[in-house]
Design a protein around this ligand. Sequence first.
Ligand code: CP
Ligand code: NVA
Length: 298
Amino acid sequence: MPKHYLSVNDLSKDDLYNLLNHSAELKAELKAGHDHSHLLKGKSVGMIFEKPSLRTRISFEVGINQLGAHPVLLNAQEIMISGRESRYDVARVMSQYLDMLMIRTFGHDIVEEIAEHSSIPVINGLTDLEHPCQTLADLLTVREHYGTLDNLKIAYIGDGNNTARSLMLACTKLGVKISIACPLGYEPGKAYESEFTHVCHGVGEAAKDADVIYTDVWSSMGQEKEAQLRKERFAGYQVNTALLQDFAKPTAIVLHCLPAHRGEEITAEALKNHESTILRQAENRLHTQKAIMLSLRN
Ligand code: CP
Ligand code: NVA
């Protein structure tokens, strides 16, 4: 395992499978009533949020508590990671108190700089570039449903954003085929493409015969000013019943990392029909992040 988890690219194929297996084990144990509180007993894990969060915030805090560690929550106003003092000093000082740190912020360079100067493991809880914790929960959910990740086709409809990029990296590592349909100019970036990825502009082309249909918001956190323009550009890049019926396999599941905007990237009907899978995907953040924290512990 790497020292930090900033990008899915930090993991090897074996790391990915080990994390998924360990997540499944931790999940089964928790459901069987096992106590995990000895695993990180006496440790302190910091969480810095420079953007809003529901799932990441709660699943990390609950996971940290379940592992017997103490969560230290810092919001943007308190820590001012990019203002009050240098990131070098923030990283060096936090390393004196904490055993691990999770950061959600804007620029990916911010988590990279903090990690570079930290002597403790740093986890990316979402940057503008990647959402690597989300990807592990996504893959666990798909594997739970199909029993395997082999011979599946994932279709991602919408913005080539942080969620899409991390998922593409994981699919490339694992040899899972993924098709991305996005408007012109909203591609994830060439660096994320590989022989297993297919980026196009037609939703039908991407969704054809897919086993998994995935979507995320048209405007990510920090892009609020572009929301109106994006609504126009992304019209048609919507997961709805017609798309599912016309193109995806009849057995396809729908994933959404949430938060969702009904009537934009997904219809209320599609979300309702696939709610159980999407909620399991949110639940799986807890189990996968526990596995990540345990794999990074010093
Ligand atoms: N999916 C996800 O990361 O949700 P939050 O933004 O609520 O943490
Ligand atoms: N792409 C979204 C994901 C939210 C979990 C964002 O960055 O806002």
